[in-house]
Design a protein around this ligand. Structure first.
Ligand code: 1CP
Length: 335
Protein backbone atom coordinates (compact mmCIF):
# COMPACT_ATOMS: atom_id res chain seq x y z
CA UNK A 1 0.00 0.00 0.00
CA UNK A 2 1.20 3.52 -0.75
CA UNK A 3 1.01 4.63 2.88
CA UNK A 4 2.36 8.10 2.25
CA UNK A 5 -0.39 8.69 -0.30
CA UNK A 6 -3.04 7.50 2.13
CA UNK A 7 -1.76 9.86 4.80
CA UNK A 8 -1.30 12.83 2.48
CA UNK A 9 -4.74 12.40 0.96
CA UNK A 10 -6.15 12.07 4.51
CA UNK A 11 -7.88 8.79 3.68
CA UNK A 12 -6.02 7.07 6.55
CA UNK A 13 -4.50 9.14 9.33
CA UNK A 14 -4.62 6.73 12.26
CA UNK A 15 -1.42 5.02 11.26
CA UNK A 16 1.60 7.30 11.16
CA UNK A 17 3.83 6.25 8.23
CA UNK A 18 7.56 6.21 8.97
CA UNK A 19 10.61 6.86 6.84
CA UNK A 20 13.89 8.72 7.36
CA UNK A 21 15.72 11.21 5.21
CA UNK A 22 19.11 9.60 4.44
CA UNK A 23 17.79 6.22 5.54
CA UNK A 24 20.28 4.73 3.10
CA UNK A 25 23.67 6.10 3.97
CA UNK A 26 26.76 6.32 6.04
CA UNK A 27 25.28 5.24 9.40
CA UNK A 28 24.76 1.74 7.95
CA UNK A 29 27.85 -0.53 7.98
CA UNK A 30 26.58 -2.37 4.89
CA UNK A 31 26.49 0.97 3.01
CA UNK A 32 29.99 1.93 4.18
CA UNK A 33 31.30 -1.38 2.91
CA UNK A 34 29.98 -0.79 -0.61
CA UNK A 35 31.09 2.84 -0.49
CA UNK A 36 34.65 1.81 0.40
CA UNK A 37 34.80 -0.32 -2.71
CA UNK A 38 33.34 2.49 -4.84
CA UNK A 39 35.34 5.66 -4.26
CA UNK A 40 33.63 7.55 -7.10
CA UNK A 41 30.27 8.57 -5.62
CA UNK A 42 28.69 9.71 -8.89
CA UNK A 43 29.65 6.42 -10.54
CA UNK A 44 28.03 4.61 -7.64
CA UNK A 45 24.80 6.57 -8.24
CA UNK A 46 25.03 5.46 -11.89
CA UNK A 47 25.31 1.75 -11.09
CA UNK A 48 21.73 0.38 -11.23
CA UNK A 49 22.56 -2.88 -9.43
CA UNK A 50 24.28 -1.13 -6.54
CA UNK A 51 21.59 1.57 -6.45
CA UNK A 52 19.06 -1.17 -5.95
CA UNK A 53 21.08 -2.91 -3.24
CA UNK A 54 21.78 0.32 -1.31
CA UNK A 55 18.20 1.60 -1.62
CA UNK A 56 16.88 -1.64 -0.16
CA UNK A 57 19.44 -1.89 2.69
CA UNK A 58 17.34 0.06 5.22
CA UNK A 59 14.14 -1.63 3.99
CA UNK A 60 15.65 -5.04 4.75
CA UNK A 61 16.68 -3.95 8.24
CA UNK A 62 13.66 -1.95 9.38
CA UNK A 63 9.89 -1.89 8.95
CA UNK A 64 9.76 1.37 7.03
CA UNK A 65 6.71 2.61 5.16
CA UNK A 66 8.53 4.25 2.26
CA UNK A 67 11.57 3.61 0.13
CA UNK A 68 13.62 6.55 -1.18
CA UNK A 69 15.80 5.93 -4.18
CA UNK A 70 19.54 6.08 -3.48
CA UNK A 71 20.80 8.94 -5.64
CA UNK A 72 21.81 12.56 -5.13
CA UNK A 73 20.44 16.01 -5.90
CA UNK A 74 23.73 16.75 -7.68
CA UNK A 75 22.88 14.28 -10.46
CA UNK A 76 21.11 17.18 -12.21
CA UNK A 77 24.27 19.33 -12.47
CA UNK A 78 26.08 16.18 -13.63
CA UNK A 79 23.38 15.56 -16.27
CA UNK A 80 23.79 19.18 -17.40
CA UNK A 81 27.48 18.60 -18.07
CA UNK A 82 29.02 19.99 -14.86
CA UNK A 83 31.23 17.32 -13.36
CA UNK A 84 30.88 16.58 -9.65
CA UNK A 85 33.32 14.87 -7.27
CA UNK A 86 32.96 14.12 -3.57
CA UNK A 87 36.03 14.67 -1.47
CA UNK A 88 36.37 12.84 1.81
CA UNK A 89 35.84 15.19 4.73
CA UNK A 90 35.07 18.13 2.42
CA UNK A 91 31.96 17.19 0.47
CA UNK A 92 30.94 17.92 -3.10
CA UNK A 93 33.25 19.74 -5.51
CA UNK A 94 31.76 20.87 -8.81
CA UNK A 95 33.89 21.92 -11.74
CA UNK A 96 33.61 25.53 -12.91
CA UNK A 97 30.32 25.98 -14.72
CA UNK A 98 30.52 26.39 -18.48
CA UNK A 99 27.21 28.24 -18.76
CA UNK A 100 26.87 28.17 -22.55
CA UNK A 101 27.53 24.43 -22.72
CA UNK A 102 25.13 23.76 -19.88
CA UNK A 103 22.40 25.81 -21.56
CA UNK A 104 22.98 23.87 -24.78
CA UNK A 105 22.49 20.45 -23.15
CA UNK A 106 19.68 18.72 -25.04
CA UNK A 107 16.86 16.78 -23.39
CA UNK A 108 18.15 13.62 -25.10
CA UNK A 109 21.68 14.05 -23.77
CA UNK A 110 20.50 14.83 -20.26
CA UNK A 111 18.26 11.75 -20.21
CA UNK A 112 20.99 9.59 -21.66
CA UNK A 113 23.49 10.57 -18.96
CA UNK A 114 20.96 9.85 -16.23
CA UNK A 115 19.47 6.67 -17.73
CA UNK A 116 21.22 4.45 -15.11
CA UNK A 117 19.38 6.35 -12.36
CA UNK A 118 16.04 5.44 -13.93
CA UNK A 119 17.18 1.85 -14.49
CA UNK A 120 18.06 1.63 -10.81
CA UNK A 121 14.60 2.94 -9.92
CA UNK A 122 12.92 0.34 -12.13
CA UNK A 123 14.87 -2.41 -10.39
CA UNK A 124 13.82 -1.08 -6.99
CA UNK A 125 10.21 -0.83 -8.17
CA UNK A 126 10.15 -4.55 -8.93
CA UNK A 127 10.85 -5.19 -5.24
CA UNK A 128 8.55 -2.54 -3.77
CA UNK A 129 5.39 -2.79 -5.89
CA UNK A 130 2.35 -1.13 -4.37
CA UNK A 131 4.33 0.60 -1.60
CA UNK A 132 5.57 4.20 -1.40
CA UNK A 133 8.61 4.76 -3.59
CA UNK A 134 10.02 8.27 -3.32
CA UNK A 135 11.85 9.98 -6.15
CA UNK A 136 13.46 13.34 -5.41
CA UNK A 137 15.09 16.49 -6.72
CA UNK A 138 16.89 19.46 -5.22
CA UNK A 139 14.87 22.68 -5.39
CA UNK A 140 16.06 25.12 -8.08
CA UNK A 141 17.65 27.49 -5.53
CA UNK A 142 19.67 24.75 -3.82
CA UNK A 143 20.93 23.46 -7.17
CA UNK A 144 21.77 27.00 -8.30
CA UNK A 145 23.85 27.45 -5.14
CA UNK A 146 25.88 24.30 -5.73
CA UNK A 147 26.35 25.00 -9.44
CA UNK A 148 27.57 28.57 -9.00
CA UNK A 149 29.38 28.17 -5.66
CA UNK A 150 31.02 24.92 -6.89
CA UNK A 151 30.97 23.47 -3.38
CA UNK A 152 28.86 23.30 -0.23
CA UNK A 153 27.76 26.76 0.96
CA UNK A 154 28.25 25.57 4.55
CA UNK A 155 31.27 27.88 4.97
CA UNK A 156 32.25 31.32 3.60
CA UNK A 157 29.12 31.80 1.53
CA UNK A 158 27.29 35.04 0.85
CA UNK A 159 24.42 35.21 -1.67
CA UNK A 160 26.10 38.21 -3.43
CA UNK A 161 28.82 35.78 -4.46
CA UNK A 162 26.44 34.12 -6.90
CA UNK A 163 23.64 36.63 -7.54
CA UNK A 164 25.50 39.65 -8.95
CA UNK A 165 24.87 38.78 -12.61
CA UNK A 166 21.07 38.62 -12.68
CA UNK A 167 20.76 37.71 -16.34
CA UNK A 168 23.13 34.78 -15.95
CA UNK A 169 21.27 33.61 -12.85
CA UNK A 170 17.91 33.79 -14.64
CA UNK A 171 19.19 31.81 -17.64
CA UNK A 172 20.67 29.11 -15.42
CA UNK A 173 17.58 28.97 -13.19
CA UNK A 174 15.33 28.40 -16.23
CA UNK A 175 17.60 25.59 -17.41
CA UNK A 176 17.61 23.98 -13.97
CA UNK A 177 13.80 24.08 -13.92
CA UNK A 178 13.59 22.44 -17.37
CA UNK A 179 16.04 19.72 -16.33
CA UNK A 180 14.11 19.17 -13.11
CA UNK A 181 10.88 18.60 -15.05
CA UNK A 182 12.63 15.97 -17.16
CA UNK A 183 14.22 14.29 -14.13
CA UNK A 184 10.90 14.12 -12.28
CA UNK A 185 9.04 12.83 -15.32
CA UNK A 186 11.59 10.05 -15.84
CA UNK A 187 11.55 9.06 -12.16
CA UNK A 188 7.76 8.83 -12.17
CA UNK A 189 7.78 6.78 -15.39
CA UNK A 190 10.30 4.43 -13.76
CA UNK A 191 8.01 3.87 -10.77
CA UNK A 192 8.34 6.71 -8.24
CA UNK A 193 4.90 7.39 -6.75
CA UNK A 194 5.85 10.29 -4.43
CA UNK A 195 8.26 13.17 -5.15
CA UNK A 196 10.18 15.10 -2.50
CA UNK A 197 11.79 18.47 -3.24
CA UNK A 198 14.81 19.27 -1.05
CA UNK A 199 15.55 22.97 -0.62
CA UNK A 200 18.36 22.30 1.81
CA UNK A 201 19.84 25.80 1.52
CA UNK A 202 16.62 27.84 1.40
CA UNK A 203 17.71 29.63 4.59
CA UNK A 204 20.50 31.36 2.66
CA UNK A 205 18.10 33.32 0.44
CA UNK A 206 18.04 37.03 1.31
CA UNK A 207 14.62 38.03 2.69
CA UNK A 208 13.82 40.42 -0.15
CA UNK A 209 14.55 37.69 -2.72
CA UNK A 210 12.68 34.88 -0.99
CA UNK A 211 9.70 34.94 -3.39
CA UNK A 212 11.91 35.08 -6.44
CA UNK A 213 14.31 32.27 -5.52
CA UNK A 214 12.24 30.02 -3.28
CA UNK A 215 8.49 30.38 -3.74
CA UNK A 216 8.25 31.04 -7.48
CA UNK A 217 10.61 28.36 -8.84
CA UNK A 218 9.44 25.78 -6.30
CA UNK A 219 5.81 26.43 -7.18
CA UNK A 220 6.61 25.67 -10.82
CA UNK A 221 8.06 22.30 -9.82
CA UNK A 222 5.17 21.53 -7.45
CA UNK A 223 2.58 22.35 -10.13
CA UNK A 224 4.44 20.11 -12.55
CA UNK A 225 4.46 17.16 -10.12
CA UNK A 226 0.75 17.70 -9.44
CA UNK A 227 0.07 17.59 -13.20
CA UNK A 228 1.52 14.05 -13.15
CA UNK A 229 -0.98 13.14 -10.39
CA UNK A 230 1.78 12.28 -7.96
CA UNK A 231 1.87 13.67 -4.39
CA UNK A 232 4.66 16.14 -3.68
CA UNK A 233 6.46 16.83 -0.39
CA UNK A 234 8.50 20.01 0.06
CA UNK A 235 11.39 20.48 2.49
CA UNK A 236 12.37 24.16 2.50
CA UNK A 237 14.91 23.84 5.28
CA UNK A 238 15.59 26.71 7.64
CA UNK A 239 13.05 29.26 6.40
CA UNK A 240 11.50 29.81 9.86
CA UNK A 241 8.30 31.89 9.85
CA UNK A 242 8.29 31.79 6.05
CA UNK A 243 6.93 28.23 6.31
CA UNK A 244 3.52 29.90 6.60
CA UNK A 245 3.84 31.83 3.35
CA UNK A 246 5.35 28.75 1.71
CA UNK A 247 2.33 26.55 2.53
CA UNK A 248 -0.11 29.23 1.40
CA UNK A 249 1.50 30.00 -1.93
CA UNK A 250 3.40 26.87 -3.04
CA UNK A 251 0.68 24.50 -1.75
CA UNK A 252 2.58 21.20 -1.75
CA UNK A 253 0.62 18.09 -0.74
CA UNK A 254 2.83 17.73 2.33
CA UNK A 255 5.28 20.02 4.13
CA UNK A 256 8.43 18.59 5.71
CA UNK A 257 9.54 20.64 8.72
CA UNK A 258 13.06 21.11 10.05
CA UNK A 259 14.03 20.80 13.72
CA UNK A 260 13.69 24.54 14.37
CA UNK A 261 9.96 24.56 13.62
CA UNK A 262 7.56 24.43 16.55
CA UNK A 263 5.12 21.56 15.84
CA UNK A 264 2.19 23.42 17.46
CA UNK A 265 2.89 26.51 15.38
CA UNK A 266 3.04 24.67 12.04
CA UNK A 267 -0.32 22.96 12.66
CA UNK A 268 -1.92 26.41 12.78
CA UNK A 269 -0.01 27.70 9.77
CA UNK A 270 0.12 24.79 7.33
CA UNK A 271 -3.29 25.49 5.85
CA UNK A 272 -4.50 21.94 6.42
CA UNK A 273 -1.84 20.12 4.40
CA UNK A 274 -0.10 17.02 5.70
CA UNK A 275 3.05 17.52 7.79
CA UNK A 276 6.22 15.43 7.85
CA UNK A 277 9.27 15.24 10.07
CA UNK A 278 10.65 17.68 12.60
CA UNK A 279 12.57 15.72 15.22
CA UNK A 280 16.18 16.80 15.55
CA UNK A 281 18.47 14.07 14.14
CA UNK A 282 20.90 14.82 17.01
CA UNK A 283 18.38 13.29 19.43
CA UNK A 284 19.20 9.90 17.93
CA UNK A 285 22.68 10.25 19.43
CA UNK A 286 21.14 10.37 22.93
CA UNK A 287 19.92 7.59 25.23
CA UNK A 288 16.64 5.75 24.60
CA UNK A 289 14.74 7.64 27.30
CA UNK A 290 15.37 10.96 25.60
CA UNK A 291 14.56 9.49 22.20
CA UNK A 292 11.29 8.05 23.46
CA UNK A 293 10.31 11.36 25.04
CA UNK A 294 10.95 13.30 21.83
CA UNK A 295 9.22 10.78 19.56
CA UNK A 296 6.13 10.74 21.77
CA UNK A 297 6.04 14.53 21.85
CA UNK A 298 5.81 14.65 18.05
CA UNK A 299 3.21 11.87 17.94
CA UNK A 300 1.06 13.54 20.57
CA UNK A 301 1.22 16.96 18.96
CA UNK A 302 0.26 15.60 15.57
CA UNK A 303 -2.31 13.02 16.68
CA UNK A 304 -5.52 13.27 14.66
CA UNK A 305 -3.58 15.13 12.00
CA UNK A 306 -2.13 13.76 8.72
CA UNK A 307 1.47 13.28 9.89
CA UNK A 308 4.40 11.32 8.44
CA UNK A 309 7.13 10.51 10.95
CA UNK A 310 10.60 11.60 9.80
CA UNK A 311 13.44 13.75 11.13
CA UNK A 312 14.07 17.47 10.76
CA UNK A 313 17.03 16.64 8.47
CA UNK A 314 18.94 13.53 7.41
CA UNK A 315 20.11 10.71 9.70
CA UNK A 316 23.58 11.67 10.97
CA UNK A 317 26.46 9.32 10.07
CA UNK A 318 27.20 8.80 13.79
CA UNK A 319 23.73 7.34 14.44
CA UNK A 320 23.62 3.72 15.62
CA UNK A 321 21.22 1.69 13.46
CA UNK A 322 19.60 0.32 16.66
CA UNK A 323 18.32 3.83 17.36
CA UNK A 324 16.29 3.82 14.14
CA UNK A 325 14.90 0.46 15.21
CA UNK A 326 14.02 1.92 18.61
CA UNK A 327 12.17 4.89 17.09
CA UNK A 328 10.08 2.59 14.90
CA UNK A 329 9.26 0.34 17.86
CA UNK A 330 8.25 3.33 19.96
CA UNK A 331 5.90 4.64 17.27
CA UNK A 332 4.32 1.26 16.61
CA UNK A 333 3.77 0.59 20.31
CA UNK A 334 2.21 3.97 20.81
CA UNK A 335 -0.74 3.17 18.63
O1 1CP B 1 29.77 8.32 1.58
C1 1CP B 1 29.52 9.48 1.27
O2 1CP B 1 30.31 10.42 1.41
C2 1CP B 1 28.22 9.73 0.59
C3 1CP B 1 27.25 10.41 1.44
C4 1CP B 1 26.00 10.70 0.63
C5 1CP B 1 24.84 9.92 0.57
C6 1CP B 1 24.56 8.65 1.32
C7 1CP B 1 25.82 11.77 -0.26
C8 1CP B 1 26.79 12.80 -0.60
N1 1CP B 1 24.58 11.67 -0.84
C9 1CP B 1 23.95 10.57 -0.34
C10 1CP B 1 22.62 10.07 -0.77
C11 1CP B 1 21.50 11.03 -0.81
N2 1CP B 1 21.59 12.38 -1.02
C12 1CP B 1 20.15 10.68 -0.72
C13 1CP B 1 19.74 9.20 -0.66
C14 1CP B 1 18.48 8.77 -0.27
C15 1CP B 1 18.26 8.69 1.23
O3 1CP B 1 17.79 9.70 1.78
O4 1CP B 1 18.46 7.63 1.79
C16 1CP B 1 19.40 11.86 -0.79
C17 1CP B 1 17.91 12.05 -0.67
C18 1CP B 1 20.32 12.92 -0.98
C19 1CP B 1 19.93 14.34 -1.17
C20 1CP B 1 20.94 15.39 -1.02
N3 1CP B 1 22.23 15.43 -1.48
C21 1CP B 1 20.68 16.65 -0.40
C22 1CP B 1 19.35 17.06 0.15
C23 1CP B 1 19.12 16.54 1.52
C24 1CP B 1 20.00 17.10 2.62
O5 1CP B 1 20.72 16.33 3.22
O6 1CP B 1 19.90 18.32 2.86
C25 1CP B 1 21.87 17.40 -0.46
C26 1CP B 1 22.08 18.81 0.07
C27 1CP B 1 22.84 16.63 -1.15
C28 1CP B 1 24.22 17.02 -1.48
C29 1CP B 1 25.17 16.09 -0.82
N4 1CP B 1 25.44 14.84 -1.29
C30 1CP B 1 26.28 14.20 -0.43
C31 1CP B 1 26.56 15.08 0.65
C32 1CP B 1 27.47 14.77 1.79
C33 1CP B 1 25.84 16.26 0.40
C34 1CP B 1 25.76 17.48 1.29
C35 1CP B 1 26.93 18.35 1.07
C36 1CP B 1 26.84 19.65 1.83
O7 1CP B 1 26.91 19.60 3.06
O8 1CP B 1 26.72 20.69 1.18
Amino acid sequence: MNKLFKCISKSEIDEVPIWFMRQAGRYLPEFRKIRQQNPDFIKLCLNPNLVKIITLQPIKRFKLDATIIFSDILMIPYGLGQNVRFEKGIGPKLEKLNLENTLKTSKENFEKKLTPVYEGLKKVKEETKGTSLIGFVGAPWTLLVYMLNEKSPKKDFTPDKILSDEIKVKRLMDKIIDATFIHINKQVSAGANVIQIFDSWAELIPDNKFDKYCLEPTKKIVDYVKSLKVPVICFPKGIGVNYEKFCLTVKPDCISIDYNIDPNWIIKKSNGIAIQGGMDPKILLEDNKKIEYAVKKYLKTFSGYPYIFNLGHGVLPATKPEKIEFVIKTIRQDR
